[in-house]
Design a protein around this ligand. Sequence first.
Ligand code: DAH
Length: 352
Amino acid sequence: MLAKLDQIEQDALEALAPLTTEEQLEAWRVANLGRSSPLMVVFTHLGQLSKEERPAIGRRANEVKGELEAALNAKNEVLQSDALQRALETERLDVTLPGRELPVGRLHIVTQTLREIARVFGDMGFQIYRSRDVEYDEYNFQLLNFPPNHPARDMQDSFYIEGSVDPDNPILLRTHTSPGQIHAMREITAQYPHDPPPIRIILPGMCYRYEQISARSEVQFTQVEGLAVGHSITFSDLKGTLSDFARRMFGQSVRSRFRASHFPFTEPSAEMDIECFVCGGEGCSVCKQTGWLELLGCGMVHPTVLLNGGYDPHKYTGYAFGMGPERAALLRHRIEDIRYFWSNDLRFLEQF
Ligand code: DAH
């Protein structure tokens, strides 16, 4: 019987050694320590043994039971610490790995340009005035002194809203930011009709024209308008301010020039060019061999426009200008096609 217990012990320990899972351990426990295991059968038959045999066998059987239980516990611990070790290894966090880069958004190139223009004029004391995108013909054209048959009034050039109530004053998407001049002046003169304070504002915003889309023209584009109204403002204020703007925007050494031009709402009117920053004035493909780049239109606010805004042209003078930020960005970054700006192609937008 003692030999049998030795055998039970040896078999059980041998069977335990290769086990690797909790399920296997449980099966082993049932087989070796469960009620019908060989060891337990020995216990149930103890009573049938002789008085002489019983104590020794009983002690040995208890010993074997204690050993098997201890072996099971030890094995259990080994399995658990193995599992922990494996988890630590496979789920290890390597803090030296480079992080996953999050895509970072950015401002649209035109917004960046608009903000830069606003910053430069802001430094010179100009405030931003926001005006509406949808206008009456009256503001977009009439109050800006456009004669009735001016080519810009042609149906081809404007997006009119169908079903406008007044056929003489249809509603349209503004073709330029200039109507904001009237809104701004009227807002101020409504508050101070007798002695309106001076104005120094820029008016940025989207403009719309019903045009054939090409590499050089879009139906939608931004403009930045400028307006300064006050006592004894002269053309030299206009020239000084805009030349300074060009230097601050494009570089201190950039030269500018003014050419006579025509706009219905300014008199006299001019166009301002800056020296080509690509070739430094030598002549290249960007400036079409002229050495100059056209930057903006400008002029002294026409007396009729001042009057339409509520300012007495005998007491007040002013200058105005209008420029296209897309054009400035186009020149600066040598972008060849204006359609890139609003076609939402990330390959283009992410370059800036
Ligand atoms: N409104 C003009 C355009 O869209 C640009 C312009 C020219 C604005 C001269 C002005 C200005 O204020 O004085 O072509």
